[in-house]
Design a protein around this ligand. Structure first.
Ligand SMILES: [Cu+2]
Length: 185
């Protein structure tokens, strides 16, 4: 019984973790290449990257690599001073900060051929669900005006709930006093 509960909890934790951090394979089945003419800009635009997500570059390390570079190096395909270089052919890169992340293949000609990737990891403040409810509630506040009296009903019901126990207490007090009155007599 306890083991089942623990197993269920473990499953829940695993599912939560899966929903928190995603793994994105760059280029999907085509991977990281120049052959398939993958539009990596288009690929990135279909994803929403968050801090903690992982991007996976899969490629043949004989022909390609992955360089993380600055924006200016990305624009000019300048591979002279990469921030970091990955060469395993199966490189998982976890996104640890927000903003743009620029990558390209450092093999001569490949960046110019389009083997380049610009990921934008959205800012935590702009992505928190907390900022959404106030926006949606303010936008729906004119239609929700008729529901404000309805919203006042739950506010008045606690006073009813409070009066009920006090009435019950009064009845109990009356009963107790009657019982004591019986004992006294
Ligand atoms: Cu390449």
């Amino acid at each position: 019984m306890a083991a089942k509960i623990v197993a269920a909890l473990v499953c829940m934790v695993v599912m939560l973790r899966l929903s928190e951090a995603a793994v994105y394979k760059v280029g999907e089945s085509a991977g990281w290449t120049t052959i398939a003419n993958v539009d990596y800009k288009l690929w990135a635009s279909t994803k929403t990257f968050h801090i903690g997500d992982t991007v996976l570059f899969e490629y043949n390390p004989q022909f390609h690599n992955v360089m993380r570079v600055t924006h200016s190096m990305y624009r000019s395909c300048n591979s002279s001073k990469p921030i970091s270089t990955f060469t395993t052919g199966n490189d998982s890169i976890t996104l640890t900060n927000h903003g743009h992340h620029f990558f390209f293949c450092g093999v001569p000609g490949h960046c110019l051929a389009g083997q380049k990737l610009d990921l934008n990891v959205i800012h935590p403040a702009s992505s928190t669900p907390l900022s959404d409810p106030p926006i949606s509630s303010s936008s729906t506040s004119p239609p929700s005006t008729p529901t404000i009296p309805a919203a006042g009903v739950p506010g008045s019901s606690p006073s009813h709930a409070a009066s009920l126990p006090s009435a019950a207490a009064a009845v109990v007090a009356l009963f107790v006093s009657l019982v004591f009155a019986d004992f006294a007599s």
